[in-house]
Design a protein around this ligand. Sequence first.
Ligand code: NDP
Length: 629
Amino acid sequence: MGTIYVVMGVSGVGKTTIGKAIAKQLQVPFYDADDFHPQKNKDKMASGVALQDEDRWPWLDAIVAQYPQWKTKGAVLACSALKEKYRKRLEVDQLHVKTIYLSASCTLVKERLAARTDHFFNPDLLQSQFDALEAPRAGIICDATMPKEALVKHIMNTIQQQTLSQLGLIGLGVMGKSLSRNFANHDITLSLYNRHLADVEENVAMQFVRSYPELQHSKGFDDIEAFVNSLALPRKIFLMVNSGPAVDAVIASLEPYLSKGDIIMDGGNSHYLDTERRVETLQEKGIHFMGVGVSGGEEGALKGPSIMPSGTAEAYKQVGIFLETIAARDAQNNACCARVGAGGSGHFIKMIHNGIEYAEMQLIAEVYDILHYHCMVSLEDIAHTFDTWNAGEENSYLLEISSKILRKTENGQPLIDVILDKAQQKGTGSWSTTAALQIGTPFDTIAQAVLARIISSEKVQRVKGQQRYKIKREEIKHLEIATIKSAYQTARIINHAIGFETLRKASIHYKWELHLSEIARIWTNGCIIRSKLMQQLIGVLDGFDDSILFHESVIPQITKGQSALKQVVPKAVGAGAAIPVFSASLSYFNAMIQGDSSASMIQAQRDFFGAHTYERKDREGSFHTVWDA
Ligand code: NDP
């Protein structure tokens, strides 16, 4: 895939001469933009009438229409494009169109043109061009007064620098491979590297590059120094390695070859405090470090993930275009990617995303448990119920896959029946619980989902418990599916409220200035917790600085739904079901609407045994009582 260089500047500055010289060196065709004017414009110009904006749009569109053909090899186009808005039209494909601006003063161009005998020179026309000129601030900006050879050399050097890979990626595991293919499918030039382990892992990147046609323009490296040197400045390096010591090891191996201003993006599930530390350490060396949350799994990484990058605005300006290009699209076709905040906030947000995901998964598992084991509904009927819910307000990716899971068979048997009921975890759920507790925010549903996975892993003990107690699960009678649906949706809203409250409080605690509505928008596609509810939350959270539960549009929903929760939870628990997230959502809600709570008893107990003192409702101050007196 080639680049289209637009050589621009006023008449007489040398666009054609320089453009042709560059095209020759690059061995690509040269085009003169004037050749693409519609006949109407040509007639106007021939009769000496100046072109207006409305004349220029069809002309610029005719040029842009050539791009698909020009891009295959690359091209050089000489075009006046004096105004910013004309260049914007020409730069529709920002990754493949680059501007070369030949800059010179009006006096100098006048002198040059006056000296030329082959060119009719109209000083008024030239002055009007300088009046219209809005000099570009980006692209290759050159001094057109330089001698021609020096000018061409300068431009070629700059272009060569730009033909280095736009992006580097380290770590060709499940996610790294998919992300690389996604970047390459969007014509982003890549250098790829995977660690070299003698006799174990050699030339991994080279072999990978050869395996997929879309990687034909990507370069694979087995040597870290050569990898770094293949990248355009400032270097942009995406890490997709396991979190923890691997990230530090990769950073240490890169450091000797990096320059000030280079950017490292960590796309793995790193702990946000590790990211904060790395940001600080690398900042002292002039290197930008960004925590980039990525969600969507292997398929999302390939087809369009949801991306949550944090770091300095300066660094995001350099890398945002690449991340936004490969991200999923929201309902308005905007990228599900935006700079979410400073420091480690990207990884914090990804961690809370995973926490919400844990509880969403557990809630579906609990609905399955109630329906299958207590309401005696067949797997096919549960799948059908999930399909029906998925067609309405409860729509979500997780519900969609759960219905498919229930229908999956192996040798005629439902696969779910033979999957060992021990849920695994990689740690982000418990990290999020710890982080929430550290900043003092309730995390009921998510913490319970983490604990449910831990209890599930105690299979041996659970089987022992079943044998010792012999208490059977009971059938639940008189529980409508519609009631379970309402309870499910209510618990989901409460779970999302808990997740977003944690983000809101962390934002204050860490001074991240998170924009919660924008985070909800990023989570509407590409990620595991995409859902109709998430789309509704964009509006709920917009300009609302409080818990989702207190938003005027949510209060009627919860008021109605909590009565369903109050039917489902006691009935299911009473029948022997373990439904920790349903139960936690109801307890959290009950607690959050109690102006008076039982915590006065806790305070009294603390003061009784530890003289910790207590505050009073009727008086200001701190009090201690001699309780036994
Ligand atoms: P994999 O295990 O498939 O790949 C890990 C990569 O890291 C491999 O390329 C591996 O190299 C490399 N690596 C491991 N240790 C080192 C080291 N010490 N030095 C250099 N390279 C090392 O993991 P995933 O691709 O699934 O995940 C990568 C990151 O993305 C993790 O942090 C994960 O939590 C996160 N993530 C994963 C998602 C998923 O759905 N899988 C979703 C979102 C984020 P080698 O091949 O040589 O072992």
